[in-house]
Design a protein around this ligand. Structure first.
Ligand code: SF4
Length: 699
């Protein structure tokens, strides 16, 4: 904190949006009656070199918005929300939870979290579900973010950290593959690393069905058909193998499974791959040679590759590419899953996933259960077993198996696939409690709303996309009667008679318990303290001891499987669960735009952002539009097997002829997830957001 003038105070904070977690200065100019806030970038930022994108520059606006929830509210018999005191709200929660659990069992209450929560909140939410509610049902929206990359990294490397190398190594790479990741719009402040790499002679290959803004740095753009990434990589792997780009000593010494992979690749035909993917054999060879010939190289994937019913297999094939060429564990050589959510990395490490306990421990592993039970001071048999993934929880609610739901900082009605079913499910709940900043689409269905905390008011740590843990301090008081999210969980635990397990006076105290809970686990934070994190501008996990410097680059000496080797695996291409047909002749793919974040609760409540992209658009190729009789700025009805919506048309030659794109940030009649396919990946339970078959007509 520094004083510039008697009236101006500057405090350091972090952007609440994407996974880069750019630090920024919040300027508060005080006058007698009001404070005015503005934001500037920080030159000292460890990653961005003093850059902010348009979202970061306007991030404080929604926090100050008058429409923020500022008081607990309960829905009356007439459907209207009534302000109540915290005491009354907490008492009503106690009555609702206890009466439902007495009647239907502990598992009748579910908990739903988010990947934008701090590490402390993520940790506490997992503990809250398992100790205060003793329910097995907890999962979070990160299931839709990183779970496929996490599943693939665990299977291949034995551990899941988003980026295996810090971003500062990107300019050392001589070839970079960006697959299904639109960095220019989703993480704009890190584009500089890729531009710098290109200036240094790096070749960049972008794999995406659309010519996104990220293609401005591409030497080669492979406009792959949605759902055919694994097939494309099989073609590239075949070229790598047959043209002698395999790093034989690396493969021999540091991997298993080469023979099976080589056998599988013999059966791959480039002409078949070309027919499946829409990419010519020449382009496949060109891409493989670019990457194979390069002395150093990095591969990055994001949701375009991962949000499929075969998401884990897709990512594993990219990891085959990395391992076969020995491009990992060295400067300028590695893999990265570009996280989408603010704390997409940390959010999945500390126990808010159905199958995990803190430190990436597995909930069904007896040793892991015993360790966490000891940290929490409960008998091991009191810890519930594994529950269901996010969308499967919605199905369980729809079937009537879960009758109460507590949601913290998430808007599942917009972010889940097949959202008609989700809406119907949430309407069936006997008790829906939402803790949020605004009355989101989901909150509109809630029986009770509690006003939670925004990023300027919260304190805690975030683990950004590199695996770097950073402390974010509170820089502004809470509005009205809003409370800190972690405090709300403690308060509910208290009225449920479990307060003795939730006696924290600060986020730092929660972090100190989290450190112990993570000790010896794969995501080991034990050696980090708030003091160290602040002194060093963040630290990389694993950091097992207080004398440990953290681990910016993974896998220098070995992988995390018991034998220290990574696993190559033959990947059979699988068609998407829905392919185009006579009735539904186009493929729909979804994603983000620069101005918005996730389900839009914050950014749609930011006029500076919303005014620039106020509604979802149907992006369609000019030839397809002409054939359908659609015009730019006109409207179209888009329908899949699950529902239909009406959208404004954006004609663009940047998309494939057979594919249309719609961003996913809107609810209600603009909710594209009413159409998306809830088919799940068998390993990680990721839904197939990125491809489904649709029909389109003028409207
Ligand atoms: Fe940085 Fe991401 Fe925020 Fe933009 S949205 S300012 S890139 S953290």
């Amino acid at each position: 904190q520094a004083s510039l003038s008697p009236r101006e105070i500057v405090r350091q904070t972090e952007c609440p949006y994407c996974s880069v977690q750019c630090t920024m200065n919040l300027h508060e100019e005080k006058s007698i009656r009001v404070s005015r806030y503005s934001v500037t970038a920080r030159k000292e930022d460890p990653v961005t070199d003093g850059r902010l994108c348009v979202k970061g520059l306007n991030a404080h606006t929604h926090v100050l918005d008058d429409r923020r929830l500022k008081q607990p509210m309960v829905r009356g018999r007439d459907g209207k929300l009534l302000n109540v005191s915290w005491e009354s709200a907490l008492e009503q929660i106690r009555i609702q939870v206890q009466s439902l659990q007495e009647r239907y069992g502990n598992d009748t209450i579910g908990v739903y979290g988010g990947g934008s929560l701090t590490n402390e909140e993520s940790y506490l939410l997992g503990k809250f579900a398992r100790i205060a509610l003793q329910t097995k049902y907890i999962d979070y929206n990160g299931r839709f973010c990183m779970s496929a990359a996490a599943g693939a990294s665990n299977l291949t490397f034995g551990i899941d950290r988003g980026l295996t190398n810090p971003l500062s190594e990107v300019p050392l790479a001589k070839c970079i593959i960006l697959a299904g990741t639109n960095i220019a719009e989703c993480q704009p402040t890190i584009m500089q690393y890729f531009r710098k790499a290109r200036q240094e002679g790096c070749k960049i290959i972008v794999i995406d069905p659309r010519e996104t803004a990220t293609c401005s740095i591409a030497d080669l753009h492979l406009k792959v058909k949605p759902g055919y990434d694994a097939a494309l990589v099989n073609g590239m792997l075949k070229v790598i193998l047959e043209e002698g780009y395999v790093d034989e000593s690396f493969v021999r010494e540091r991997t298993n499974g080469f023979d099976e992979l080589a056998e599988h690749l013999k059966r791959i035909s480039l002409s078949e791959v070309a027919a499946l993917t829409g990419i010519s054999p020449q382009s496949i060879m060109e891409a493989a040679r670019m990457y194979g010939e390069a002395e150093t190289g990095m591969v990055f994937t994001a949701r375009g590759v991962e949000q499929h019913a075969s998401g884990v297999a897709n990512v594993r094939n990219f990891l085959n590419l990395v391992l076969l060429t020995g491009k990992i564990g060295k400067p300028g050589c590695g893999y990265g899953a570009i996280t989408g959510q603010a704390n997409g990395q940390g959010g999945r490490e500390h126990g808010q996933k159905a199958d995990q306990l803190p430190g990436y421990r597995l909930i069904e592993n007896p040793e892991h259960r015993a360790y966490i039970a000891k940290v929490w001071g409960v008998p091991e048999d009191q810890l519930p077993m594994k529950g269901l993934s996010a969308y499967e929880m919605m199905e369980a609610i729809h079937r009537g198996e879960i009758k109460g739901l507590i949601i913290l900082g998430s808007n599942p009605i917009v972010s889940n696939p097949n959202s008609h079913l989700v809406e119907k499910a949430l309407k069936k709940l006997k008790f829906l409690l939402v803790i949020d900043l605004f009355e989101s689409e989901t909150a509109k269905l809630a029986h009770m709303l509690l006003p939670g905390s925004a990023y300027l008011e919260d304190e805690g740590t975030m683990t950004q996309l590199e695996g770097r843990v950073m402390v974010r301090r509170a820089v502004k008081p809470l509005p009205g009667k809003a409370r800190l999210d972690w405090r709300i969980l403690c308060d509910i635990a208290q009225v449920l008679g479990k307060g003795q397990y939730f006696e924290y006076r600060s986020a730092e105290e929660i972090f100190d318990e989290l450190r112990i809970a993570s000790k010896g686990g794969k995501a080991d934070y034990y050696g980090m303290t708030y003091e160290r994190l602040e002194q060093q501008h963040g630290m990389f996990w694993p950091c097992p001891e207080e004398a440990h410097a953290g681990t910016p680059r993974m896998f220098e000496d070995g992988f995390a499987h018991a034998d220290g080797k990574a696993k190559l695996a033959p990947i059979e291409h699988q068609n998407p669960k829905e392919v185009a047909n006579r009735k539904y002749p186009y493929l729909l793919t979804t994603g983000r735009v620069l101005q918005h974040y996730l389900s839009g609760v914050q950014t749609r409540n930011t006029p500076e952002l919303n005014s620039k992209y106020p509604e979802p658009l149907l992006e369609i190729h000019p030839d397809a539009a002409a054939e359908l009789g659609l015009v730019h700025g006109g409207h179209a009805k888009v329908a899949s097997k699950r529902g239909s919506i009406r959208l404004k048309v954006k004609v663009s030659s940047k998309i494939r002829l057979d594919t249309v794109f719609v961003a996913m940030h809107w609810g209600g009649d603009g909710c594209i997830n009413r159409l998306t396919n809830p088919s799940l990946d068998p390993v990680c339970r990721m839904p197939e957001f990125k491809v489904c078959a649709v029909q389109i007509a003028p409207s």
